[in-house]
Design a protein around this ligand. Structure first.
Ligand SMILES: [Fe+2]
Length: 304
């Protein structure tokens, strides 16, 4: 086999074949300064090449895939995270979460995927605040507590929460209607005893966005785009592992067919119904039906 020196010191091959190209590409990572970088790319090349060989990928199919990825990039923005959605609908988000949170933490609350609707720039609010942003819906009162793996309260924890409205739409999906304002999301902090609370509106099950490239995959597969009703949470606290999780409604029709594979029975909460005339957890006499949810989140100790 003919070889020549490239501009660096690496030896390159020509006349490569279906059988020899993989090793040649992998060798180009031998000089990586970081061993983990080399390990990841060598494996990625191996699996990508094996995939192409296994399905006997045609040139037209590969160009279709490249065009697809270009379109995923073009439609993406800080509030339209199509790449996150692609990772979600292919199960990679949950797989990576499972690899990194294998339940070894014992009592820690189970994690799940972040999803495509987390955005920075959410308002920081005090406990007990109404975070609905004026979006109409059935009132929801959430009371949460954050404890560590020994059951002691975690004070001063950052608590992100975000959810859909009662028709299954997030604020970023209705920017025109909400004049670009964020709603149904906030950053809170736990008090000295680990408690946090907010008022909002009851969310609903929803289809993941299907008006972009990811929708093409969902339609081509003939699969459901639906996600069961849930509330999102993200916790960060000193001395603890970060936690990204959700709480689900137990009687949701889509609980066992989550389009992004993130639902877990351990994260099913009681969305308790209350009649008009009852008093809300914050002492408000309610003139309309409402729901309450309470949950204790347990954070694993930070890994050394
Ligand atoms: Fe969601």
């Amino acid at each position: 086999m003919l070889r020549r020196r490239n501009e660096g010191s690496r030896t390159m091959s020509i006349d490569l074949t279906e059988e020899t190209i993989t090793a040649e590409v992998q060798k180009t990572f031998d000089g990586a300064a970081d061993e983990r970088t080399r390990e990841i790319f060598v494996s990625l090349v191996q699996h990508l090449h094996d995939f192409a060989r296994e399905v006997r990928l045609t040139s037209e199919e590969w160009f279709t895939a490249v065009d697809f990825l270009e379109r995923v990039g073009r439609i993406s923005s800080p509030t339209r995270q199509e790449f996150v959605l692609l990772s979600d609908i292919l199960g990679v988000s949950v797989l990576v979460d499972q690899i990194n949170h294998d339940g070894g933490a014992g009592s820690a609350t189970d994690s799940t995927l972040l999803g495509p609707f987390y955005v920075d720039g959410r308002p920081r609010v005090e406990n007990g605040s109404d975070i609905s942003g004026g979006v109409p819906g059935m009132p929801l009162f959430f009371t949460g507590r954050v404890v560590d793996s020994t059951g002691l309260p975690v004070s001063g924890a950052d608590v992100d929460t975000w959810h859909s409205d009662g028709e299954g739409f997030y604020d970023v999906q209705q920017a025109d209607k909400l004049h670009g304002e964020l709603a149904m999301r906030a950053l809170l902090h736990t008090d000295l005893d680990g408690w946090f609370s907010f008022r909002s509106i009851v969310p609903r099950y929803y289809p993941v966005p299907t008006d972009g490239p990811c929708g093409e995959i969902i339609r081509a597969a003939g699969r459901s785009p639906m996600r069961p009703e849930h509330l999102h949470f993200r916790f960060r606290a000193a001395g603890c592992e970060p936690l990204v999780t959700m709480l689900f409604r137990g009687d949701d029709p889509y609980l066992e067919q989550d389009a992004v594979f993130g639902a877990k029975r351990s994260l099913v909460a009681d969305f308790a119904d209350h009649e008009a005339g009852e008093t809300a957890p914050d002492g408000t006499p309610m003139t309309e039906p409402f729901q309450t949810v309470e949950w204790t989140f347990t954070l694993a100790s930070a890994r050394r």
